[in-house]
Design a binder for this molecule. Structure first.
Ligand SMILES: Cc1ncc(COP(=O)(O)O)c(C=O)c1O
Length: 460
C-alpha cells in the first residue's frame, strides 16, 4: 500500500483545524484535537499519514463494500472521464453510463421499481423521494396528502427535509420542518418497556403507526419512511415481522412506503436490496446510495414504482426537479463496474457466509461486563455498552465509552465508529474469517482496556 504523496501530518492537522468544518463533530473539541489523516488504502485496510495501517471496520462510512484499491474501478472511472467527463441529464440530454446503470439497477430491484432519479448522496435521494411523493399526489388530485411519518432514531440525511425526517436526537440546536414531518417510536427491541414480550412490542409499534395515520387523517398522509434496519440511529433491529406489518398498514391507508436502503442495499446484508428479499416489503419508493458505487464516486438513486412514474409523466405537468450532477457519467461508470464486480465475485453469496461468522465473533464479546447487547445483521453491526447488563443502565455521558473503545481499537490497528455509548461496525464486505478473528481479538482487548480505564477512574 503506497502513499502517492509525502505529507506532513502536523501541517495537515493544523490547516485542517484552520479551514475544514467536519461533519457530525464537536467543533469546539476539534480546535484542540488532532485528526487522523487517511492517505492510503488497499483491500480491507486504510493507512494514515504517519504510515499506520488499520483494518477499516467501518468501510469508509458503511460504503466501501467491495474494498479499497480496485484497479478496475479506477480504470472505469478514468476511461469515462477521458471519453466525456460530464454531461447532464437535463431535458432531453443523457449519457451512456447513466442509461446503462439505470437499466441494470431496474433489472435487480424488486417489483416494478423501474424508473430512477440519480443524485450524489443519500440525503439528496431522500429529499427527492419526498418531493416526488408530494408531486405524485398533486398530480393525481390529492394535494392534501403531504404528511410524512418517520421514526425516532431514524437517520435519513442532513439536507433540510432529510434531517427533519431524521430522529429528533439530531435536532438539538437546529431548525427542522415540523409541520408535516412526524416521528413514531423506534423499534428499539433492546430497550422496549420492561416486561413486554417482543411480539407485544411489535403489536404496540404497529398500533402506534396506525393511530398516527388515523390521527393525521389518511387523506393527509403522503408517506412512511423507514430504513429496513436502522443504521446511524444505533443499528436498531426491529422485532420479527415489524417491517412487513408497517407495510401492510401503509397499504391499508393508501400511504406510500419509502424504504431508505442507503446502507442496506448492495450486499451489506447479503442481498442487492433487502426490502423484499429479507423483509417481504415492496416499497413504492426505494432510496440507495453508498454501496451503489462502493464510495469510489458520489452516487445515489431514488427508485420509483411504475404507478408513480405513470402519474408524474402523464401529460399536463412538468418535472421541476434536478441537479447538475444527477447521472454524472463518471459516477455511473463507477456504479456499473461496482455491480459487475459484486456479481462476478458473488459478494452477496460471500456475505451470506462471512456475515454470520462476523455476527458470531461479535456476539462472543457479550461475556464482557460492559457489553449489554450485540445486534445487527451480517456486516451492519453494533455493540451497545452499558454500566449494568441487568438494568441496562448507561455509563455516564462524560465517560464517553464509545470513543474510548474506538481509541483503544485504533491504537491496535482497527477503526470502529463511536456513537455515544455505542460502537458501530460496518466493514468492507470482503473480509476473510481470519480478518474477522483478528478484529475480534482487537475488540476484546480494547473493550477490556476501556473497562480498566473506567474502573481506575472509579466509573465502573
Ligand atoms: C439510512 C441513511 N439514509 C441517508 C443517509 C444520508 O446519506 P448521505 O450522507 O450520502 O447524504 C445515510 C447516511 O449515513 C443513511 O445511513
Amino acid at each position: 500500500m503506497e502513499n502517492n504523496y509525502q505529507y506532513s501530518t502536523e501541517d495537515l492537522q493544523a490547516r485542517d483545524r484552520a479551514h475544514v468544518i467536519h461533519s457530525f463533530s464537536d467543533l469546539s473539541a476539534l480546535k484542540e484535537d488532532n485528526c487522523t489523516v487517511m492517505t492510503g488504502s488497499d483491500g480491507i485496510y486504510v493507512k494514515d499519514s504517519d504510515g499506520n495501517q488499520f483494518i477499516d471496520g467501518i468501510g469508509g462510512l458503511w460504503c466501501v463494500n467491495i474494498g479499497y484499491g480496485r484497479e478496475e474501478m479506477i480504470e472505469a472511472i478514468a476511461d469515462q472521464l477521458r471519453q466525456i467527463p460530464f454531461y447532464s441529464s437535463f431535458t432531453n440530454l443523457t449519457n451512456a453510463p447513466s442509461v446503462e446503470l439505470a437499466s441494470k439497477i431496474a433489472s435487480l430491484a424488486p417489483g416494478n421499481l423501474n424508473r430512477m432519479f440519480f443524485g450524489t448522496g443519500g440525503s439528496m435521494a431522500n429529499d427527492t423521494a419526498v418531493r416526488i411523493a408530494h408531486h405524485y399526489f398533486n398530480r393525481i388530485g390529492k394535494p392534501e396528502k403531504k404528511h410524512i411519518i418517520s421514526r425516532q432514531h431514524a437517520y435519513h440525511g442532513s439536507t433540510y427535509m432529510a434531517m427533519s425526517m431524521t430522529g429528533p436526537i439530531y435536532h438539538t440546536g437546529w431548525d427542522v420542518e415540523n409541520n408535516i414531518v412526524h416521528h413514531v417510536s423506534a423499534p428499539y427491541s433492546y430497550r422496549r418497556p420492561d416486561g413486554m414480550s417482543m411480539s407485544e412490542f411489535c403489536d404496540s409499534l404497529i398500533a402506534e403507526l396506525e393511530a398516527k395515520i388515523v390521527d393525521l387523517g389518511a387523506e393527509n398522509v403522503a408517506a412512511f419512511i423507514a430504513e429496513p434496519l436502522m443504521g446511524a440511529g444505533g443499528v436498531i433491529v426491529p422485532p420479527p415481522g415489524y417491517q412487513r406489518r408497517t407495510w401492510d398498514v401503509c397499504q391499508k391507508y393508501g400511504v406510500l412506503y419509502i424504504s431508505d436502503e442507503v446502507v442496506t442495499a448492495f450486499a451489506r446484508l447479503g442481498h442487492m436490496f433487502a426490502s423484499k428479499d429479507m423483509f417481504d416489503v415492496q416499497p413504492d419508493i426505494l432510496v440507495c446510495a453508498k454501496g451503489i458505487s462502493s464510495g469510489y464516486q458520489p452516487l445515489s438513486a431514488t427508485l420509483i414504482s411504475d404507478d408513480i412514474y405513470e402519474a408524474i409523466s402523464a401529460p399536463g405537468g412538468a418535472f421541476y426537479h434536478g441537479f447538475t450532477y444527477s447521472g454524472h457519467p463518471a459516477a455511473c461508470a463507477a456504479g456499473l463496474k461496482n455491480i459487475e464486480i459484486m456479481e462476478r465475485e458473488d459478494i452477496c453469496g460471500r456475505v451470506k457466509k462471512t456475515g454470520p461468522y462476523f455476527e458470531k465473533m461479535l456476539n462472543g464479546l457479550c461475556d464482557l461486563d460492559i457489553v449489554g447487547e450485540v445486534r445487527g445483521s451480517h456486516f451492519m453491526m453494533c455493540i451497545e455498552n452499558v454500566a449494568n447488563k441487568d438494568t441496562k443502565e448507561l455509563l455516564p455521558m462524560e465517560a464517553d465509552v464509545g470513543k474510548r473503545v474506538h481509541k483503544h481499537c485504533q491504537a491496535r490497528g482497527l477503526i470502529v465508529r463511536p456513537l455515544g455509548h455505542l460502537n458501530i461496525l460496518s466493514p468492507t464486505l470482503i473480509l476473510e474469517e481470519s480478518d474477522i478473528d483478528q478484529m475480534g481479538e482487537i475488540l476484546r482487548a480494547s473493550i477490556k482496556a476501556t473497562m480498566d480505564d473506567l474502573s481506575k477512574e472509579g466509573v465502573l
